[in-house]
Design a protein around this ligand. Sequence first.
Ligand SMILES: CNc1nc2c(CCc3ccc(C(F)(F)F)cc3)c3[nH]c(N)nc(=O)c3cc2[nH]1
Length: 374
Amino acid sequence: MTTDQFTFTVTKTDGAARTGEIRMPRGVIRTPAFMPVGTAATVKAMYPDQVKALGADVVLGNTYHLMLRPSAERVARLGGLHKFMNWPYPILTDSGGFQVMSLSALRKIDESGVTFQSHIDGSTHVMTPERSIEIQGLLGSDIQMQLDECVKLPCTEAVAEKAMRLSLRWAERCRVAFGEQPGRAMFGIVQGGEVERLRIESAKELANLDLKGYAIGGLAVGEPQDVMLRMIETVEPYMPNTKPRYLMGVGTPDDIVESVRRGVDMFDCVMPTRAGRHGLVFTRFGRMNLRNARFAEDTRPLDAESKCAASNTYSRAYLHHLVRSNEILGMMLLTWNNLAYYQELMAGLRKAIAEGRLEDHIGEVKEGWAKGEH
Ligand SMILES: CNc1nc2c(CCc3ccc(C(F)(F)F)cc3)c3[nH]c(N)nc(=O)c3cc2[nH]1
């Protein structure tokens, strides 16, 4: 009897929210989970063991970036992405379609796939569903995303429908190309723009493919939060509740809290890392822009109660100085603080769900943000 090497278990529910564990050969992902973005085989300004120590169980890698530089074949020759970046734990890779649409110059989408020019050297590449899965396999990715078409919002129903149906056909091609990779998974991605009937059809059709997990795509592309939350509420009942749900590209702490409440298990966002490099910090008191002159002589740490050295040791005045001076240590410390806060937020949500007190906990968390820094 082959024991399934990739399993998801829901351990507790609280309303639509749930805690769970994704178990695979490279480790366990505790959900709800925040997955730090490691675009070009690095979580920018962080050491891998630091990322792990903060409580991150999985990081994201990027097919689009790595296929262009250093190339998937080279990463494979060097032993795969885990060895390459010294991250032996689970890695999730995106299929690259989204990055093509947002990063590359010339691009064309047709039935066969996406044709685009590299934003690095202008060379032309064709990304088919099969090639995307091949690249993710060469990288050694544990959770591989289907190639999909993510439309920009707002868009017409016709445009949303065309992209949703193409993405469904590509999901089937990715499933065939993925084949059987024990201990690894391929996730489908629900599309459909802001059109509820399209979202439902996409979720239903993907559920029929019996995949190991499902993402909600096509959101966090500039739509208001209430539209995003309504789309989650629309598709959630049609997404198998025994499989992980991954909301792509989300989001702010408030987006994450509101989405966990509605049954989402996995999140990724460049916010904590990118914002950290620009002086924007996330804390349980809300956000602070450390470029602001009001911090110039503020001797308090970011958060004396945080377990993270970046948050409980350095004065805001010093961090303000580092940011204003564009010092590398500023990027390191604020990235470290932000990722620590995001992981602390997720750990708090997991604990509250396990104790059946999510609503109360959400109230306390939002009160902290509203109070601002004391
Ligand atoms: C920011 N908003 C957003 N991000 C979205 C993403 C990218 C997620 C991603 C994955 C990996 C990385 C890596 F840099 F770490 F590699 C970085 C980001 C989407 N990705 C796909 N495939 N379909 C979507 O429909 C979709 C919608 C998205 N909304």
